[in-house]
Design a protein around this ligand. Structure first.
Ligand code: SAM
Length: 306
């Protein structure tokens, strides 16, 4: 298995200590440990079926979409996770006789290994890239692993775990003439939704890994409209300590006082119009196809450079 490392485990561990000290845990730490990965898989299993139709449609169209690429199709997936969705495309392309090379990009060593191993089980050549996709430099280095034309994927609402106004521009900077980007978002349901037990466990997992228990505090979910764009809203999750705590992080003791809050990862949700605006007017991409999820919860867009 080949994995190129732009982001080392010791860099991640250092950032984790700093993040706990700052009371603000970025998205990458919610997939870092085995405990977090298990909690995420349980969440995915629960919400699993809603995107099946989308990926069947994309797989059926994959060979046609990438016809101008010729025989060789490099597939670069930002925030690939286990690569389960990506593999449906890889398989469809291989079935159409294309020579596919797969480049999953992720900060999680465990998920990256799973993505590479899965592709290799399907006889697809894979090179994992362990990188921080919130860094524009890492994004460019990861994209440069192959020359255009390339098929980029950023799916499973990966975009919504970052500030989308900045992140989509970093993604769009990687997309050159001839490349294709498939990207999706969770659509706003129009009403506020009560978080499921799986969602609660997923957001709590990094703290649980530090020994924090349900008796040590509460998780607060809140939603607000982001004033920068109509139809773009932010779902935040915060832990509030209900007693004084001493967190042991990488050999350091970090005290957290009763009443203090720790920001957990967030999710951006869009209306279809806001998502289109973000891709086109804001990021300078052209949407050539849209695939709505069967239950109206997701929207997937196929984009090229405008
Ligand atoms: C919502 S999951 C989606 C995974 C996959 N694309 C799917 O659809 O199943 C987000 C993925 O982005 C990765 N990720 C989060 N923050 C990251 C960062 N800063 N750099 C690299 N990967 C990151 C996580 O490890 C996770 O695999």
């Amino acid at each position: 298995m080949n994995i190129e490392v732009l982001l080392t485990e010791s860099e991640i561990a250092e950032e984790f200590v700093e993040s706990v000290e700052a009371r603000d845990l970025p998205e990458k730490f919610f997939y870092w440990t085995t405990q977090s990965v298990k909690a995420w898989q349980a969440l995915e299993a629960r919400s699993g079926d809603s995107l099946r139709g989308t990926w069947e449609t994309l797989s059926a169209r994959a060979a046609d979409l990438t016809k101008p690429f010729g025989n060789r199709v490099p597939v670069i997936s930002f925030g690939a996770g286990e690569g389960l969705k990506d593999r449906t495309i890889l398989r469809a392309l291989a079935k159409a006789g294309r020579e596919v090379r797969y480049f999953p990009v992720d900060a999680s060593q465990q998920l990256l290994e799973t993505a590479c191993a899965g592709a290799e089980d399907d006889d697809c050549e894979a090179l994992g890239i362990k990188a921080d996709i919130s860094s524009p430099m890492h994004m460019v280095l990861a994209a440069d692993v192959s020359e255009a034309p390339r098929l980029f994927l950023m799916v499973g609402n990966t975009l919504g775990g970052f500030d989308p106004m900045d992140q989509i521009r970093h993604v769009a900077d990687c997309v050159k003439k001839g490349d294709i980007l498939i990207i999706d978002t969770n659509l706003h349901p129009g009403v506020s939704v009560t978080p499921t037990e799986e969602q609660r466990r997923f957001v709590f997992a990094p703290l649980a890994g530090l020994g924090v228990t349900a008796e040590d505090g509460t998780i607060e979910f809140a939603e607000r409209q982001d004033d920068r764009l109509d139809g773009m809203s932010l779902l935040t999750r915060r832990f509030m300590a209900s007693r004084d705590l001493r967190l042991h992080v990488a050999g350091q003791e970090i005290p957290v006082a009763r009443g203090e809050r720790i920001l957990l990862n967030f999710r951006y949700l869009f209306t279809a119009e806001a998502f289109r605006w973000l891709l086109t007017e804001h990021a300078g991409l052209r949407v050539v196809a849209e695939i709505p999820g069967s239950d109206g919860k997701f929207l997937t867009a196929v984009c090229i450079k405008a």
